[in-house]
Ligand binder design. Structure first.
Ligand SMILES: [Fe+2]
Length: 312
């Protein structure tokens, strides 16, 4: 399909108002190849006090779907000085039923308001028969679900007038009915829809350990040329019914060494790409989280230098 033209008006942002000059020309239209963190209310003032320390911020779309209130007040101020990624968790791209038109309309309004450099959603489902579930659930990778996911992404991209990024999931079960690997499924979705890939390296590691697969081989099989953003996060370790290790994508701890290693391997393949540290539980103070993002930023800078690109 042919995607609609993406608009990049900067009417919302005033670069002169940003003391740190965090939002440079290279940031407009796409995320800069820098490190960012998920935006948390307890960090709002710290961020305003240190513009430019981090390369971008990411918000969950569903936290900003009301018309007003303090969350919009803060996000508007932070957005004036920083690139932004909006990450949806409620579209149920992998669901069997039609997309929720009202939810999609709310997303359209939100994206028009903040004009983020990136918008992403998950390869998962969370609604069925009118029920809204709290989890991002896996789907069978077969021709039927491939057609449905592509139809849903086509609808999203047309409705929003922009390319979206699709995030690879963390999974805990696999379906006997699947006829394709997850990497082949995602590759075909990207090819058919023109969407980009939000590569969650922690999700790849969690799924690989849970299913006894090689995470590096999985990552190598993905359409890495389509990566528009990377997620890094921490996981929790549990045990399944057989007593085997079961990793949970918890977002409640620092990024694990094994995930950092995979991340470096990805950067060596594709060069520097905007990288987010996801932390949704046991959120540390801003300095601690920024320091973890700094580790990603150092790798991005090293990679940019080795590829003769300019590092912000
Ligand atoms: Fe993620």
């Amino acid at each position: 399909m042919t995607l609609p033209i993406e608009t990049s008006s900067s009417s919302l942002r005033s670069e002169s108002a940003c003391r740190g000059g965090a939002l440079g020309p290279a940031a407009r239209g796409h995320l800069p190849a820098r490190a960012g963190v998920g935006l948390k209310p307890q960090h709002f003032q710290d961020i305003l006090d240190s513009p430019g320390e981090l390369g971008f911020f990411e918000v969950h779309a569903e936290n900003y779907m009301g018309a007003g209130g303090p969350m919009h007040h803060w996000l508007t101020r932070i957005r004036e000085c920083h690139p932004l990624s909006v990450h949806g968790v409620g579209l149920s791209i992998g669901g069997q039923e039609p997309l929720d038109a009202a939810h999609l309309a709310r997303l359209r309004i939100l994206l028009a308001r903040y004009e983020p450099e990136a918008f992403s959603e998950h390869l998962a489902w969370s609604t069925h028969a009118g029920a809204y579930l709290a989890d991002l659930l896996p789907l069978a990778y077969d021709g039927r679900s491939l057609r449905r996911v592509c139809e849903h992404i086509d609808e999203v991209q047309m409705a929003l007038g922009r390319r979206m990024l699709l995030e690879n999931p963390a999974t805990y079960v696999e379906f006997a009915d699947s006829t394709m690997s997850e990497a082949d499924f995602i590759t075909e979705v990207v090819r058919r829809t023109g969407c980009g890939l939000l590569l969650d390296v922690n999700n790849a590691y969690v799924s690989a350990v849970n299913h006894g697969c090689d995470a590096a081989a999985f990552l190598a099989a993905l359409p890495l040329e389509a990566v528009g953003e990377i997620h890094l996060a921490g996981f929790a370790v549990d045990r399944d019914a057989a007593g085997e290790p079961l990793l949970i994508d918890s977002h409640g701890s620092p990024v694990a060494d094994a995930v950092w290693t995979l991340y470096e391997e990805v950067l060596q393949r594709i060069g520097p790409v905007a990288t987010l540290i996801e932390r949704d539980h046991d959120v540390p103070d801003f300095a601690t989280l920024a320091a973890e993002a700094g580790r990603a930023e150092a790798l991005l800078c090293r990679m940019a230098a080795s590829t003769a690109e300019v590092c912000a």
